[in-house]
Write a protein that binds this ligand. Structure first.
Ligand SMILES: *Cc1c(COP(=O)(O)O)cnc(C)c1O
Length: 372
């Protein structure tokens, strides 16, 4: 067993983030105020979009609020790939709606539109494609389908901040997009998330919804005021982002280009080094367009390989256990592709502090395992 543990993922925080937090603490205005407003403006500028940005406390709340903003409720159904983080499913069921598990394409692990069509009912209100491992390849077909069926689209772009689709940043087009800034995502605000949309009603509902439904409270807070006389029409939540979080996020956003090229070079190294191992398959992504939050391969004899890597002090993961295999979301149909892929996928270490020597050890261990 080699000495140093190679981590699967981790936050990467510098002096800049620490200083920014201290500044907020010194100002003694910790809740949602100027920092959050500035973070939202800076995200909008970075994305180069006309869409508006609403920052919240997690990516999961972003998804939940987006669905609430569309009045998705009990009796409604939302199409979602089973192979996703539990957050996508919990956000849907939090509204009382039913997440309907859909198959994935075996090469892109993106929602399979042929299967989505089969799962459509008169209760289907929306579709939630997931940018698995930051890839949005397949999004065009989702929008085509949504248009035909008049469905709303909530993109779970939690993993895709900074990535592009057809040469434009994810977040500049589409219906509603949700990002996550949790500790290990492409950029972090400690925990955090954002809703991005061009739909003014959705934006207004999300702005109010994050502050207990208090109408126009966001505008008040950004002007340094509070709401004393107000109205509430909808269910709201305490989902707003704090100034402390936004201060971290603003510093991280300044580093996005460095973070992006580091993650891209990690991925490029893996692709080149693993290319000749026939037991390992790289996913069919446009890697030059994306900032990979996780690096996933399909591997023969996955469980044994995983054990071998762990024994060599290399952390790895399986993203994800399909949701339709969980008690809460179990289905009366099986999803053959998803279930097969679940046996094959393995996530290799990928984070900004990963060193070339670490990657060499990972590749060496994989080659060792397959006797190559
Ligand atoms: C991280 C993630 C979320 C949830 O974001 P949090 O900020 O952790 O709540 C949702 N969906 C996917 C696919 C994710 O990776």
């Amino acid at each position: 067993m080699s000495g140093k543990k190679i981590r699967l993922s981790k936050s990467s925080i510098g002096e800049e983030e620490k200083e920014a937090v201290l500044k907020v603490l010194d100002k003694e205005f910790l809740g949602m105020g100027e920092e959050v407003m500035l973070f939202e403006e800076e995200i909008k500028a970075y994305l180069e979009t006309d869409f508006d940005v609403v920052c919240v406390n997690t990516g999961t709340s972003a998804l939940h609020l987006a669905l609430e903003a569309l009045d998705i409720k009990t009796g409604d159904e939302v199409l979602v790939p089973s192979l996703t983080y539990i957050a996508s499913f919990q956000a849907i069921s939090a509204c009382g709606a039913t997440p309907v598990s859909v198959e994935i394409d075996p090469n892109t692990l993106f929602i399979d539109m042929k299967d989505a069509k089969k799962r459509l009912t008169k209760n289907t209100k929306a579709i939630m494609p997931v940018h698995y491992a930051s890839s949005a390849k397949g999004m065009d077909e989702v929008y085509k389908f949504a248009k035909e069926q008049t469905l709303r689209v909530i993109e779970d772009a939690a993993q895709a901040f900074g990535s592009q689709r057809n040469g434009k940043k994810v977040g500049t087009r589409g219906d509603i997009l949700c990002f996550s800034f949790d500790g290990i995502k492409n950029i972090t605000s400690g925990e955090g998330g954002a809703i991005v949309s061009g739909d003014k009603i959705v934006i207004q509902r999300a702005q109010d919804g994050r502050l207990l439904g208090v109408e126009k409270d966001t505008q008040k807070r950004y002007a340094g005021q509070r709401s004393w006389d107000f109205d509430v029409k909808h269910q709201g939540f305490r989902y707003h982002m704090s100034n402390i979080m936004a201060a971290i996020g603003r510093e991280q956003l300044k580093k996005i280009d460095t973070i992006g090229s580091k993650r891209q070079s990690i991925v490029q190294y893996y692709i080149k080094a693993l290319k000749d191992i026939k037991e390992v398959q790289i996913l069919d992504f446009e890697f030059d367009q994306i900032i990979s939050h996780i690096f996933v391969v399909k591997a023969k004899n996955r469980d044994a390989l995983r054990e071998h890597l762990i024994n060599n002090n290399i952390e790895c993961g399986v993203h994800y256990k399909p949701n339709h295999l969980l008690s809460r979301y179990s289905t009366d149909y099986s999803l053959a592709v998803t279930e097969r892929i679940y046996e094959e996928i393995l996530t290799l270490p990928c984070h900004v502090d990963l060193e070339i020597e670490d990657q060499m050890s990972v590749v060496k261990s994989i080659k060792e395992f397959y006797n190559e």
